[in-house]
Design a protein around this ligand. Sequence first.
Ligand SMILES: [Fe+2]
Length: 334
Amino acid sequence: MPHQVFRVPTPQQRFSEREPAPAAVERRGGGSSGEILAGFLAPHPPHLVYAENPPANEPRSEGGWEVLRWAYQDIRRKIREELRPDVIVIHAPHWITMIGHHVNCVPNPRGFSVEPIFPDLLRFHYDFKTDVPLAEAVYEEAVSEGLVARRMDHPGVRIDYATIGSLYLLNPEGDIPVVSLSCNNNPYFYTHEGLDDMERLGTATRRAIERSGKRVILAASNSLSHIHFDETPNPPEDMSKEHPMTFDAYRWDIRMLELLRRGRTREVRELIPEYIEATAAEIKGGALSWMLSAMEWPEIPARVLGYQTVIGTGNAVAEWPLVGNGNGSAYLGG
Ligand SMILES: [Fe+2]
């Protein structure tokens, strides 16, 4: 029997005569002009932000991890010059919520965030805007989907370094509004059952975007294989020390990326549990499942712009272009 993880009643059960449905669950406007322009695999190792030397980050570096940083440069140019999205919706594994999926509805999150494992690399002053109507819509659709979900309205909450890192690397100007989703930590305790919830969260996200009328890009903030060194080189950006933690983890990363480059998302979906088991892949947090589900598991070639290790973990920057130069059959890249 499948494991049930904090299941809640269906909307029909939940919103009976006794407990009327919130107005928001009734589809507002019925608009269909909102769309997902592209999805990005956008890893967040603090090393990448450190290597960029942004004024907002206190530590200084000599660079490093250029393959991933050049890949990010490519997608930054595309986001700014071609896609010009209204919103970035991001799912990150280090905003951990123990019960339910939380959506940041704070209009202007800002503060100072220190990476707890690598405080020598990331001490970052962040400041971004939330698209509150879309954030609220994602929350409402998640509830409608039968998920346990919460709004997060506390302005003083400290934003996790995965959200901060990926947002900086995708849009260093910080001028594109954001919807930030938490990582319900259930998958870490309940094997892979939580990934089903992540797919449902993806469905809810897509519905919210469609009715918002907004042009949106998605970001799955995670590494791939996630077994790493237990000591940092000195200096951290000494690239002569960088290599995959194990050959097996590298093999798995490349196998999955090759499938994604061929548009074989159905096979990837089947392999995700085995991949997580073999490599402690950070997609266990659900970001990739959420994003691919929101995009309805597109069978188009992912543009893998770069793959490199960071303290032994596998990281890829990749794009699923749903509009523009790639709308499925018309797209020939890879
Ligand atoms: Fe991480």
